[in-house]
Design a protein around this ligand. Structure first.
Ligand SMILES: NC(=O)c1ccc[n+]([C@@H]2O[C@H](COP(=O)([O-])OP(=O)(O)OC[C@H]3O[C@@H](n4cnc5c(N)ncnc54)[C@H](OP(=O)(O)O)[C@@H]3O)[C@@H](O)[C@H]2O)c1
Length: 220
């Protein structure tokens, strides 16, 4: 049985991760910011914390117990005005704080708990919008935040390799959630199952890699 912590667990991909993990018989711990819009199984434990509240995260980590996996899922699209020629800089800072800094802070704060786990691993939900291989400029703050997330997690993978803690990034594709909208291709439950399969089978040979939700490696 895996013991897995998921951030941004109240809706979208995060809620699907909690539901699907609980259905597998895993012990799921959800970190939510506010209200609890979804009814979860009794076995799911919920904690209230904003991922940008580093002191709150440290409090939460004190009594969390051993963890096998941390899934950094919480994320935001960022401000309305985010083109290279017209940037809401406060909004840009905010999206960096949620999408880039928070996953690293969450990973750091739960490392002692992961070190008590059996085959510890850290998974962060990135995006195809981080891809460096094209020059799209719309939603550039979001793109930059996910590209920076990839770089930070690649470095974390390097530093945790000697301890046998695997770190991977997952591209969930375009998913039908509040963020992805109704026209998106992927069902959040399918994506959640794919991410949980990755969580279950991730090896040290894959550490530092960027994977599609279906498990194949993809380009950064
Ligand atoms: N949907 C897509 O097509 C798509 C594509 C690529 C990548 N992604 C990534 O997948 C992840 C999940 O996205 P989603 O589609 O499920 O989005 P969503 O439906 O908009 O849900 C986002 C989740 O993140 C939480 N969150 C946001 N800011 C937070 C904060 N400061 N502290 C704690 N929780 C916070 C939200 O909590 P509240 O309910 O409290 O706001 C919510 O649970 C994100 O990292 C996103 O960038 C999504």
């Amino acid at each position: 049985m895996m013991r897995v912590l998921v951030t941004g667990a109240g809706r979208g991909i995060g809620a699907a991760l909690l539901q699907c993990g609980a259905a597998r018989g895993w012990q799921m711990i959800g970190v939510l910011r506010d209200a609890q819009p979804v009814a979860f199984a009794d076995t799911v434990v919920l904690h209230r914390c904003d991922v940008t509240d580093h002191a709150g995260l440290a409090d939460l980590a004190k009594d969390i117990g051993p963890l096998d996996c941390v899934i950094n899922n919480a994320g935001i699209m960022g401000p309305d005005r985010q083109s290279p020629l017209d940037m809401d800089f406060d909004g840009f800072a905010r999206v960096l704080s949620v999408n880039t800094l928070a996953p690293l802070a969450v990973s750091q704060v739960f490392l002692p708990a992961l070190r008590l786990g059996r085959r510890p691993r850290i998974i962060s939900i990135s995006s195809q919008m981080s891809f460096m291989g094209y020059r799209k400029s719309d939603r550039i703050a979001y793109r930059a935040s996910k590209a920076a997330l990839n770089k930070v997690m690649q470095g974390l993978a390097t530093d945790l390799e000697p301890e046998g803690i695997a770190v991977a990034l997952v591209d969930p594709g375009w998913v039908r959630t509040d963020m992805g909208g109704a026209d998106a291709q992927n069902d959040p439950t399918d994506v959640a199952q794919g991410v949980l399969d990755i969580a279950a089978h991730l090896t040290m040979a894959q550490t530092g890699r960027f994977l599609r939700w279906t498990g194949e490696e993809r380009a950064f």
